[in-house]
Design a protein around this ligand. Structure first.
Ligand SMILES: NC(=O)C1=CN([C@@H]2O[C@H](COP(=O)(O)OP(=O)(O)OC[C@H]3O[C@@H](n4cnc5c(N)ncnc54)[C@H](OP(=O)(O)O)[C@@H]3O)[C@@H](O)[C@H]2O)C=CC1
Ligand SMILES: N[C@@H](CCC(=O)N[C@@H](CSC=O)C(=O)NCC(=O)O)C(=O)O
Ligand SMILES: [Zn+2]
Ligand SMILES: [Zn+2]
Length: 379
C-alpha cells in the first residue's frame, strides 16, 4: 500500500481551458480511486494528433476544461475496491478503448469497441458520472478515459493493462495509441501477405502501417504523402515506393495514378491523414472487385466522406478501425513482449523528447513536419 492511498493527491497537470488554447500547467487535486478504479502515477506520455484535434476544437465530443493525453505509461499508485486486474506498483498503459469482457461488444467477438464505459468517457467523466480532477473546487474533464497529461490520473479498471516491468515506459507508452493502432489495422485483416498496399499519410500511424505490412509480407507498399521529407521515413519502414500527390502532372488525380501503376488498383489502402478527400482517394485507388480501404484518420466535426456508390457496387469495401481493432487488456502485454524481442519497432518513432513544462512545444513539434512522435517526461 502506498502512503498516498486513500488521500487526495496534489500534482501538476496540463489543462486545456478552452478550444484552441495552449495547455497550462496547473496544480490539480486528484481524488482517490473509487470502486473499480485505478490511480496511476504517469511517468511518460506521447502526444498524438488526436490530442491536438480535440485541443483545437475540431472534435465534436470535445469538452473544456480538460486534461488531454491518451498515450501514457506509468505505475499504479493505488486501487479502488474490487480491483483485481492490476496491483500497486504494476507498470501500466492506460487504454482509451476499454475491455470489460462482459458487455455485448466484448462478448460479440466481432469488435474491440467495449461499451462499458464509453458513454461517460465521451462526457469526460468517470463511470459514476463524476470527475476525479479538481482545481480550486472546479471539476476538470477527463479525456478518452485516460488523461495522461497529468502526473497522476484515475482510470476505470477496464481501461488499463499491466505490462512487463522490464519494458521502458518511455517507449511502450506509445502502445497506448499510435503504434498499436497501426499494427492492428494491418494484422487484423486477412490477405495482406503477398498483396499490394497503399498508405496515405506517413506520420506515426502511416509509418506503423507500412512497417507492419512489410513484416506481414505485403509484396508492394506504396507510401503517399505530400511532405517530401517523409519519403526517407517511409522507405526506412519498408515502403517499396513513394508518391507525392502534389508532384503529379497537373490534373492527374492520385487515385487514377495509383490505379494506372498497379494494373487496376490496390488490394488494400489505408488513410492515415484524417482528410476526407484523401479517404475518398484511398477508396477509389482500390482494385475493382476486391480492394479494401481502411479509414484510420480522424476527421474534423462537420466533415463527411463521399464517393460514387458505384465504387462500392463494383466490389470495393470501405471500412474503419479504432485502436486497430486491438483488445488492449488481452493483447498489449503480447505486443510489449514482441517489442522486447525486437520484433516490433517502437524506438524508431520517437524523434522528439520534451520535459513536462515544455508540453506546448511538443504540440508545436508535431506541426513541424519532422516529428513522428514526441514523448513527454512527466516528472
Ligand atoms: N483510428 C484510430 O484509432 C486512430 C486515429 N488516429 C488518427 O490518425 C491520423 C494520423 O495520425 P498521425 O500519423 O499521428 O498524423 P501525422 O499528421 O503525423 O501524419 C499525417 C501525414 O499525412 C500527411 N498528409 C497531409 N495531407 C496529406 C494529403 N493530402 N495526402 C497525403 N498525405 C498527407 C502529413 O503531411 P504534413 O506533415 O506535411 O502535414 C503527414 O505526413 C490522425 O487523424 C489521427 O487523429 C490516430 C491514432 C488512432
Ligand atoms: N471524438 C471524435 C472521434 C475521435 C476518434 O475517432 N477516436 C478514435 C481514436 S483516435 C486516437 O488517437 C477512436 O478510437 N474512436 C472510437 C471511440 O469509441 O471513440 C468524434 O466524435 O468525432
Ligand atoms: Zn491517439
Ligand atoms: Zn466491454
Amino acid at each position: 500500500m502506498s502512503s498516498t492511498a486513500g488521500t487526495t493527491i496534489k500534482c501538476k497537470a496540463a489543462v486545456c481551458w478552452g478550444a484552441g488554447e495552449p495547455l497550462k500547467i496547473e496544480e490539480v487535486e486528484v481524488a482517490p480511486p473509487q470502486a473499480h478504479e485505478v490511480r496511476i502515477k504517469i511517468l511518460y506520455t506521447g502526444i498524438c494528433h488526436t490530442d491536438e484535434y480535440t485541443r483545437s476544437g475540431k472534435d465534436p465530443e470535445g469538452l473544456f476544461p480538460v486534461i488531454l493525453g491518451h498515450e501514457g505509461g506509468g505505475v499504479v499508485e493505488s486501487v479502488g475496491e474490487g480491483v483485481t486486474s492490476v496491483a500497486v506498483g504494476d507498470h501500466v498503459v492506460p487504454l482509451y478503448t476499454a475491455e470489460c469482457r462482459e458487455c455485448k461488444f466484448c462478448k460479440s467477438g466481432k469488435t474491440n469497441l467495449c461499451g462499458k464505459v464509453r458513454t461517460t468517457q465521451g462526457q469526460g467523466l468517470m463511470p459514476d458520472s463524476t470527475s476525479r480532477f479538481k482545481i480550486n473546487g472546479q471539476s476538470i474533464h477527463h479525456f478518452m478515459g485516460t488523461s495522461t497529461f497529468s502526473q497522476y490520473t484515475v482510470v476505470a479498471d477496464v481501461s488499463v493493462v499491466a505490462v512487463n516491468k522490464s519494458a521502458p515506459l518511455e517507449k511502450v507508452c506509445l502502445l497506448g495509441c499510435g503504434i498499436t493502432t497501426a499494427w492492428g489495422a494491418v494484422v487484423k485483416q486477412q490477405g495482406i501477405k503477398g498483396s499490394n498496399v497503399a498508405v496515405f499519410g506517413c506520420g506515426a500511424i502511416g509509418l506503423g502501417v507500412i512497417s507492419t505490412a512489410s513484416v506481414v509480407g505485403a509484396s508492394r507498399i506504396i507510401a503517399v504523402d505530400t511532405n517530401p521529407g517523409k519519403e526517407a521515413w517511409a522507405k526506412k519502414m519498408g515502403a517499396t515506393e513513394f508518391v507525392n500527390p502534389a508532384k503529379l502532372p497537373e490534373g492527374k488525380r492520385i487515385q487514377d495514378y495509383l490505379v494506372e501503376i498497379t494494373d487496376g488498383g490496390l488490394d488494400f489502402t489505408f488513410d492515415a491523414t484524417g482528410n476526407v478527400h484523401v479517404m475518398r482517394a484511398a477508396l477509389e485507388a482500390c482494385h475493382k472487385g476486391w480492394g479494401v480501404s481502411t479509414v484510420i484518420g480522424v476527421a474534423a466535426a462537420g466533415q463527411e466522406i463521399s464517393t460514387r456508390p458505384f465504387q462500392l457496387v463494383t466490389g470495393r469495401t470501405w471500412r474503419g478501425t479504432a485502436f486497430g481493432g486491438v483488445k488492449g487488456r488481452t493483447e498489449l502485454p503480447g505486443l510489449v513482449e514482441e517489442y522486447l524481442q525486437g520484433k516490433l519497432k517502437i524506438d524508431e518513432y520517437v524523434t522528439h523528447h520534451r520535459k513536462f513544462a515544455e508540453i506546448n512545444e511538443g504540440f508545436h513539434d508535431m506541426h513541424a513536419g519532422d516529428c513522428i512522435r514526441c514523448v513527454v517526461d512527466m516528472s
